[in-house]
Design a protein around this ligand. Structure first.
Ligand code: C2E
Ligand code: CA
Ligand code: CA
Ligand code: CA
Length: 273
Protein backbone atom coordinates (compact mmCIF):
# COMPACT_ATOMS: atom_id res chain seq x y z
CA UNK A 1 0.00 0.00 0.00
CA UNK A 2 1.09 3.56 -0.63
CA UNK A 3 2.33 5.65 2.22
CA UNK A 4 0.20 8.59 3.17
CA UNK A 5 1.66 12.05 2.81
CA UNK A 6 1.97 12.29 6.54
CA UNK A 7 3.88 9.02 6.81
CA UNK A 8 6.26 10.21 4.08
CA UNK A 9 6.89 13.45 5.93
CA UNK A 10 7.60 11.56 9.12
CA UNK A 11 10.11 9.32 7.35
CA UNK A 12 11.73 12.31 5.67
CA UNK A 13 12.02 14.15 8.96
CA UNK A 14 13.42 11.06 10.63
CA UNK A 15 16.14 10.83 7.98
CA UNK A 16 16.96 14.52 8.28
CA UNK A 17 17.07 14.19 12.05
CA UNK A 18 19.36 11.20 11.92
CA UNK A 19 21.77 12.95 9.51
CA UNK A 20 21.76 15.94 11.84
CA UNK A 21 22.22 13.67 14.85
CA UNK A 22 25.18 11.94 13.22
CA UNK A 23 26.71 15.33 12.51
CA UNK A 24 26.26 16.42 16.12
CA UNK A 25 27.67 13.14 17.40
CA UNK A 26 30.81 13.44 15.27
CA UNK A 27 31.13 17.11 16.22
CA UNK A 28 31.05 16.22 19.89
CA UNK A 29 33.52 13.36 19.32
CA UNK A 30 35.94 15.72 17.55
CA UNK A 31 35.78 18.16 20.46
CA UNK A 32 36.50 15.39 22.97
CA UNK A 33 39.04 13.77 20.65
CA UNK A 34 41.05 16.99 20.50
CA UNK A 35 41.05 17.25 24.31
CA UNK A 36 42.04 13.61 24.72
CA UNK A 37 44.67 13.79 21.98
CA UNK A 38 43.13 11.03 19.89
CA UNK A 39 44.33 12.54 16.59
CA UNK A 40 47.57 11.74 14.81
CA UNK A 41 49.36 13.04 11.75
CA UNK A 42 50.47 10.57 9.08
CA UNK A 43 52.66 11.36 6.09
CA UNK A 44 52.86 10.43 2.43
CA UNK A 45 56.13 10.80 0.45
CA UNK A 46 56.45 13.35 -2.35
CA UNK A 47 59.13 12.20 -4.76
CA UNK A 48 61.29 14.06 -7.30
CA UNK A 49 60.09 12.71 -10.65
CA UNK A 50 63.57 12.68 -12.14
CA UNK A 51 65.70 11.28 -9.31
CA UNK A 52 62.89 9.36 -7.53
CA UNK A 53 64.25 10.68 -4.22
CA UNK A 54 61.82 11.64 -1.47
CA UNK A 55 62.00 15.41 -1.21
CA UNK A 56 59.01 16.04 0.98
CA UNK A 57 55.88 14.69 2.63
CA UNK A 58 52.21 15.64 2.82
CA UNK A 59 50.73 15.65 6.32
CA UNK A 60 47.32 13.96 6.63
CA UNK A 61 45.11 13.92 9.73
CA UNK A 62 44.22 10.54 11.25
CA UNK A 63 41.91 9.62 14.12
CA UNK A 64 42.91 6.11 15.19
CA UNK A 65 41.91 6.35 18.85
CA UNK A 66 38.30 7.45 18.44
CA UNK A 67 36.35 5.31 20.96
CA UNK A 68 33.51 4.69 18.49
CA UNK A 69 35.95 3.43 15.83
CA UNK A 70 38.28 5.16 13.41
CA UNK A 71 36.81 7.71 11.00
CA UNK A 72 38.49 8.78 7.76
CA UNK A 73 39.26 12.45 7.01
CA UNK A 74 36.50 12.54 4.38
CA UNK A 75 34.05 11.83 7.24
CA UNK A 76 35.39 14.15 9.92
CA UNK A 77 37.02 17.07 8.04
CA UNK A 78 33.68 18.29 6.61
CA UNK A 79 32.08 18.17 10.08
CA UNK A 80 35.07 20.00 11.55
CA UNK A 81 34.63 22.63 8.85
CA UNK A 82 30.92 23.29 9.40
CA UNK A 83 31.27 23.29 13.20
CA UNK A 84 34.31 25.59 13.38
CA UNK A 85 36.40 22.88 15.05
CA UNK A 86 38.70 22.92 12.01
CA UNK A 87 40.55 25.88 13.56
CA UNK A 88 41.71 23.77 16.51
CA UNK A 89 42.20 20.61 14.44
CA UNK A 90 44.09 22.45 11.69
CA UNK A 91 46.31 24.17 14.21
CA UNK A 92 47.02 20.81 15.87
CA UNK A 93 48.03 19.22 12.53
CA UNK A 94 50.27 22.15 11.57
CA UNK A 95 51.98 22.29 14.97
CA UNK A 96 52.45 18.52 15.26
CA UNK A 97 53.79 18.21 11.69
CA UNK A 98 56.27 21.08 12.16
CA UNK A 99 57.46 19.51 15.44
CA UNK A 100 57.88 16.07 13.91
CA UNK A 101 59.62 17.23 10.72
CA UNK A 102 61.86 19.72 12.51
CA UNK A 103 64.80 17.33 13.11
CA UNK A 104 64.83 16.16 9.47
CA UNK A 105 67.03 18.76 7.92
CA UNK A 106 65.96 18.83 4.27
CA UNK A 107 62.51 17.22 3.96
CA UNK A 108 59.78 19.63 2.91
CA UNK A 109 56.40 19.60 4.58
CA UNK A 110 53.06 20.19 2.88
CA UNK A 111 49.97 20.75 5.05
CA UNK A 112 46.30 20.92 4.00
CA UNK A 113 44.39 24.07 4.90
CA UNK A 114 40.59 24.24 4.84
CA UNK A 115 38.85 27.22 3.27
CA UNK A 116 37.48 28.16 6.71
CA UNK A 117 40.98 28.36 8.21
CA UNK A 118 42.31 30.40 5.33
CA UNK A 119 39.34 32.77 5.69
CA UNK A 120 40.38 33.60 9.26
CA UNK A 121 42.05 37.03 9.16
CA UNK A 122 44.42 35.79 11.88
CA UNK A 123 45.48 32.78 9.81
CA UNK A 124 48.85 34.08 8.64
CA UNK A 125 49.67 35.18 12.20
CA UNK A 126 48.80 31.72 13.48
CA UNK A 127 51.14 30.15 10.92
CA UNK A 128 53.89 32.58 11.91
CA UNK A 129 53.36 31.71 15.56
CA UNK A 130 53.65 27.94 14.92
CA UNK A 131 56.85 28.57 12.94
CA UNK A 132 58.13 30.68 15.82
CA UNK A 133 57.39 28.16 18.58
CA UNK A 134 58.55 25.07 16.66
CA UNK A 135 61.54 26.79 14.98
CA UNK A 136 60.49 25.07 11.75
CA UNK A 137 62.03 26.94 8.78
CA UNK A 138 59.32 28.71 6.74
CA UNK A 139 61.02 27.80 3.47
CA UNK A 140 60.46 24.08 4.14
CA UNK A 141 56.72 24.59 4.62
CA UNK A 142 54.04 24.53 1.92
CA UNK A 143 50.33 25.06 2.52
CA UNK A 144 47.78 23.35 0.25
CA UNK A 145 44.51 25.13 -0.53
CA UNK A 146 41.72 24.34 -2.94
CA UNK A 147 40.07 26.31 -5.69
CA UNK A 148 36.88 26.72 -3.62
CA UNK A 149 38.74 29.05 -1.36
CA UNK A 150 40.17 31.40 -3.98
CA UNK A 151 36.86 31.66 -5.82
CA UNK A 152 34.95 32.49 -2.66
CA UNK A 153 36.94 35.62 -1.87
CA UNK A 154 39.64 36.33 -4.46
CA UNK A 155 40.77 39.55 -2.73
CA UNK A 156 41.36 37.91 0.62
CA UNK A 157 43.00 34.93 -1.10
CA UNK A 158 45.50 37.15 -2.90
CA UNK A 159 46.34 39.00 0.30
CA UNK A 160 46.69 35.82 2.34
CA UNK A 161 48.90 34.17 -0.29
CA UNK A 162 51.09 37.29 -0.49
CA UNK A 163 51.42 37.39 3.33
CA UNK A 164 52.35 33.71 3.50
CA UNK A 165 54.93 34.12 0.77
CA UNK A 166 56.36 37.07 2.68
CA UNK A 167 56.85 34.68 5.62
CA UNK A 168 58.83 32.45 3.24
CA UNK A 169 56.18 29.72 3.00
CA UNK A 170 55.08 28.21 -0.33
CA UNK A 171 51.42 27.88 -1.34
CA UNK A 172 50.06 25.04 -3.49
CA UNK A 173 46.77 24.70 -5.31
CA UNK A 174 45.39 21.27 -4.34
CA UNK A 175 43.05 19.01 -6.35
CA UNK A 176 43.59 20.82 -9.65
CA UNK A 177 41.30 19.41 -12.32
CA UNK A 178 38.29 18.82 -10.08
CA UNK A 179 36.98 22.39 -10.27
CA UNK A 180 35.96 24.61 -13.12
CA UNK A 181 38.62 27.30 -13.18
CA UNK A 182 41.18 27.52 -15.92
CA UNK A 183 44.83 27.50 -15.17
CA UNK A 184 44.94 30.96 -16.76
CA UNK A 185 42.65 32.37 -14.08
CA UNK A 186 44.34 30.53 -11.24
CA UNK A 187 47.83 31.71 -12.18
CA UNK A 188 46.90 35.21 -10.96
CA UNK A 189 47.08 33.92 -7.41
CA UNK A 190 50.81 33.22 -7.70
CA UNK A 191 50.72 29.63 -6.51
CA UNK A 192 54.17 28.11 -6.26
CA UNK A 193 52.86 24.64 -7.01
CA UNK A 194 49.84 22.99 -8.52
CA UNK A 195 48.82 19.50 -7.51
CA UNK A 196 47.06 17.62 -10.29
CA UNK A 197 44.18 15.70 -8.76
CA UNK A 198 44.27 11.91 -8.88
CA UNK A 199 41.15 11.83 -11.05
CA UNK A 200 42.97 13.83 -13.74
CA UNK A 201 46.43 12.31 -13.27
CA UNK A 202 44.90 8.83 -13.48
CA UNK A 203 43.77 9.55 -17.04
CA UNK A 204 47.33 9.60 -18.30
CA UNK A 205 47.30 5.88 -19.09
CA UNK A 206 43.82 5.86 -20.63
CA UNK A 207 43.07 6.92 -24.18
CA UNK A 208 45.05 9.28 -26.39
CA UNK A 209 42.71 12.25 -25.81
CA UNK A 210 42.78 11.94 -22.03
CA UNK A 211 46.54 11.81 -21.97
CA UNK A 212 46.77 14.86 -24.27
CA UNK A 213 44.61 16.72 -21.73
CA UNK A 214 46.88 15.75 -18.85
CA UNK A 215 50.13 16.57 -20.59
CA UNK A 216 48.72 19.86 -21.91
CA UNK A 217 47.73 20.91 -18.39
CA UNK A 218 51.17 20.05 -17.07
CA UNK A 219 52.90 21.92 -19.89
CA UNK A 220 50.86 25.10 -19.33
CA UNK A 221 51.39 25.07 -15.56
CA UNK A 222 55.15 24.58 -16.03
CA UNK A 223 55.31 27.31 -18.64
CA UNK A 224 53.62 29.64 -16.12
CA UNK A 225 56.46 28.92 -13.70
CA UNK A 226 54.66 26.63 -11.31
CA UNK A 227 55.98 23.35 -9.91
CA UNK A 228 53.68 20.51 -10.91
CA UNK A 229 52.93 17.58 -8.61
CA UNK A 230 50.78 14.64 -9.71
CA UNK A 231 48.89 12.88 -6.93
CA UNK A 232 47.35 9.41 -6.91
CA UNK A 233 50.20 7.73 -8.82
CA UNK A 234 49.44 4.03 -8.41
CA UNK A 235 51.38 2.16 -11.10
CA UNK A 236 54.82 2.18 -12.69
CA UNK A 237 53.21 2.93 -16.02
CA UNK A 238 51.48 6.05 -14.66
CA UNK A 239 54.72 7.10 -12.97
CA UNK A 240 56.63 6.88 -16.26
CA UNK A 241 53.95 8.64 -18.30
CA UNK A 242 53.57 11.48 -15.78
CA UNK A 243 57.32 11.95 -15.65
CA UNK A 244 57.44 12.04 -19.44
CA UNK A 245 54.56 14.54 -19.46
CA UNK A 246 56.72 16.90 -17.41
CA UNK A 247 55.60 16.53 -13.78
CA UNK A 248 58.25 17.75 -11.36
CA UNK A 249 57.08 15.67 -8.40
CA UNK A 250 54.99 12.55 -7.89
CA UNK A 251 52.93 11.23 -5.00
CA UNK A 252 50.76 8.12 -4.60
CA UNK A 253 50.39 4.51 -3.49
CA UNK A 254 53.04 3.50 -6.07
CA UNK A 255 55.58 4.97 -3.63
CA UNK A 256 53.67 4.58 -0.38
CA UNK A 257 50.32 5.07 1.30
CA UNK A 258 50.30 7.62 4.15
CA UNK A 259 51.96 6.17 7.28
CA UNK A 260 53.37 7.33 10.63
CA UNK A 261 56.61 9.28 10.18
CA UNK A 262 58.94 6.56 11.50
CA UNK A 263 57.56 4.11 8.91
CA UNK A 264 57.93 6.65 6.11
CA UNK A 265 61.58 7.18 7.05
CA UNK A 266 62.21 3.42 6.77
CA UNK A 267 60.91 3.14 3.22
CA UNK A 268 63.47 2.15 0.58
CA UNK A 269 63.19 5.62 -0.95
CA UNK A 270 66.43 7.50 -1.17
CA UNK A 271 66.25 10.89 0.53
CA UNK A 272 67.54 14.07 -0.90
CA UNK A 273 70.28 15.54 1.22
P1 C2E B 1 43.92 15.34 -0.32
O1 C2E B 1 44.52 16.56 0.29
O2 C2E B 1 43.69 15.39 -1.79
O3 C2E B 1 44.89 14.16 0.08
C1 C2E B 1 45.18 13.06 -0.75
C2 C2E B 1 44.29 11.88 -0.42
O4 C2E B 1 44.48 10.87 -1.42
C3 C2E B 1 44.62 11.21 0.92
O5 C2E B 1 43.40 10.70 1.48
C4 C2E B 1 45.54 10.07 0.48
O6 C2E B 1 45.56 9.00 1.39
C5 C2E B 1 44.88 9.66 -0.82
N1 C2E B 1 45.83 9.03 -1.74
C6 C2E B 1 47.17 9.18 -1.78
N2 C2E B 1 47.71 8.46 -2.79
C7 C2E B 1 46.70 7.82 -3.40
C8 C2E B 1 46.64 6.90 -4.52
O7 C2E B 1 47.62 6.54 -5.14
N3 C2E B 1 45.37 6.48 -4.87
C9 C2E B 1 44.26 6.87 -4.19
N4 C2E B 1 43.08 6.40 -4.60
N5 C2E B 1 44.29 7.73 -3.13
C10 C2E B 1 45.50 8.19 -2.75
P2 C2E B 1 43.01 10.93 3.02
O8 C2E B 1 44.24 10.90 3.88
O9 C2E B 1 41.90 9.98 3.34
O10 C2E B 1 42.47 12.42 3.04
C11 C2E B 1 41.33 12.80 2.30
C12 C2E B 1 41.17 14.31 2.25
O11 C2E B 1 40.88 14.82 3.57
C13 C2E B 1 42.44 15.04 1.80
O12 C2E B 1 42.52 14.99 0.40
C14 C2E B 1 42.17 16.43 2.36
O13 C2E B 1 41.30 17.14 1.52
C15 C2E B 1 41.45 16.11 3.66
N6 C2E B 1 42.42 16.17 4.78
C16 C2E B 1 43.20 15.20 5.30
N7 C2E B 1 43.93 15.67 6.33
C17 C2E B 1 43.62 16.98 6.46
C18 C2E B 1 44.04 18.04 7.35
O14 C2E B 1 44.91 17.88 8.22
N8 C2E B 1 43.44 19.27 7.17
C19 C2E B 1 42.52 19.49 6.19
N9 C2E B 1 42.00 20.72 6.08
N10 C2E B 1 42.12 18.54 5.34
C20 C2E B 1 42.65 17.29 5.46
CA1 CA C 1 46.29 17.75 -0.21
CA1 CA D 1 44.62 16.56 -3.40
CA1 CA E 1 43.74 5.40 -15.70
Amino acid sequence: SKMTGKACMTLYNAELNSARERQLLIENDIREGLEREEFDVWYQPIVDARTQAMIGVEALARWPRRPGGELKPDDFIPVAETSGLIYALGQFVLRRACQQLMPLSTLKLSVNISPAQFRDPEFENKVASVLGTTHFPARRLQLEVTETYVLENPERARAAIANLKALGTAVALDDFGTGYSSIGYLRRFNFDTIKIDKSLAGLVDDDEQASVLVSGTIRIASALGMQVVAEGVETEKQMKLLRLAGCDQLQGYYYSAPKPLNEILQLPLQQQG
